[in-house]
Write a protein that binds this ligand. Structure first.
Ligand code: B12
Ligand code: SF4
Ligand code: SF4
Length: 305
């Protein structure tokens, strides 16, 4: 049978920084999701509600699933944190969106890993590969694959790599050898909860999206509610504050992968400079990047003009 160690070695060769394997079991944390939806913390992300049954367990997505191969990809690049920036006019875009669209880049790498597995495996198997948009609670499986623990800010934190990591997974029917789950290392720290400018982290590991700047600037349709406008400030796409204050991101590794390097269009720009650009110029900047999600109209709303 295909061994876990070989899959991990291949994942590394393809460009994944982390790879671990979780059993496709009934993990207790999967149950939080329903309660979270019932508390209306998903806001108007209706797709989460629609797919809630499948998100409850990967075996609803692939009934033959035995294991989940979870990958982590460091996207951090050598730029200061937004909370270190003294210029009040600077436009802040979340670190994950500075380069190419991770759905495309990581999706291709995941397909490459899966194709290799199919060639190498002596027995045929079923599999599904997902990056972010699949009906999978990625953080829970990442924790059980030993990629990292789910911090109080709800992000998966790896003790060496920090939390600037994308997650992606292959659900498969192979009974692979699994890793040990990661252990919570937040301890008594509450820095992320205190630093959140909109009090969106309503309890350790519980995020009310309707208060989160990431949601308000990326997922929310319509105007940004007045009560949050001041806190959103010049954060024009996503928010990194609860990760920037995290001690586990104090000296994070930096990726040299060309895919994640900041595009010149967004690097060190002010809100006024961006607002002065034409729609075509803005469109060219977001092309094939994760920022395409809001389209130019959403970006203009976030810019306030
Ligand atoms: C919806 C979504 C969002 C929403 C909601 C985020 C959230 N925390 O739920 C919004 C738009 C706000 C968002 C923001 C961001 N997101 Co997002 N998002 C997702 C998505 C598509 C689903 C997440 C989900 O199911 N949320 C529902 C809650 C219940 O799930 P959860 O946060 O995973 O929950 C765990 C804990 O919160 C905890 N928990 C929940 N309730 C309770 C209750 C108790 C009592 C306890 C103890 C624990 C607990 O256990 C949960 C597991 O059930 C995932 C991709 C995926 N398919 O999983 C990406 C994903 C989580 N996002 C990601 C990223 C990068 C971001 C941002 C950093 C982007 C940015 N800079 O703006 C921010 C981070 C904000 C934050 N602090 O989470 C990455 C995270 C990588 C990582 N290292 O963790 C993911 C995994 C995408 C990816 N493939 O890389 N996101
Ligand atoms: S991303 Fe920003 S707004 Fe959302 S929970 Fe973290 S600090 Fe708060
Ligand atoms: S800031 Fe502290 S409490 Fe929050 S995720 Fe990081 S270690 Fe955990």
């Amino acid at each position: 049978m295909l061994r876990s160690s070989r899959i991990k070695a291949k994942a590394r060769e393809i460009g994944f920084d982390l790879c671990g394997i979780a059993p496709a079991d009934d993990h207790p944390e999967l149950k939080f999701f329903r309660d979270w939806l019932d508390r209306a913390y998903a806001g108007d992300m209706a797709y989460l509600d629609r797919s809630a049954d499948r998100r409850a367990d990967v075996r609803r997505v692939l009934p033959s699933a035995r294991t989940v191969i979870v990958t982590g990809t460091v996207y951090n690049t050598a730029r200061p944190y937004s909370i270190e920036c003294a210029d009040p006019a600077r436009a802040h875009i979340a670190r994950y969106a500075w380069g190419d669209d991770y759905h495309d880049v990581i999706g291709r790498r995941l397909e490459q890993l899966l194709a290799w597995m199919r060639e190498e495996s002596a027995e045929p198997f079923e599999a599904r590969a997902y990056v972010d948009t699949g009906p999978v609670q990625e953080r829970v499986y990442a924790q059980y694959a030993g990629i990292g623990w789910i911090g109080k800010n709800t992000c998966v934190i790896n003790p060496e790599a920090g939390s600037w990591i994308f997650l992606a997974e292959i659900i498969c029917s192979l009974p692979l050898e699994c890793d040990r789950p990661s252990l919570d290392q937040c301890g008594t720290c509450t820095l992320c909860i205190e630093a959140c400018p909109t009090q969106a982290i309503v309890g350790p590991g519980v995020l009310d999206s309707t208060r989160c700047i990431s949601y308000l600037t990326i997922e929310h349709r319509g105007d940004i509610p007045d009560e949050f406008r001041a806190a959103v400030g010049t954060r024009i796409y996503g928010c990194d504050i609860c990760q920037e204050v995290c001690p586990w991101n104090g000296a994070p590794p930096v990726s040299v992968d060309p895919a994640w390097q900041p595009r010149p269009a967004w690097d060190g720009v002010t809100v006024d400079e961006l607002a002065a650009r034409s729609d075509d110029e803005l469109r060219a900047g977001i092309r094939k990047s994760a920022m395409q999600r809001t389209k130019v109209a959403g970006l203009r709303r976030n810019l306030g003009r």
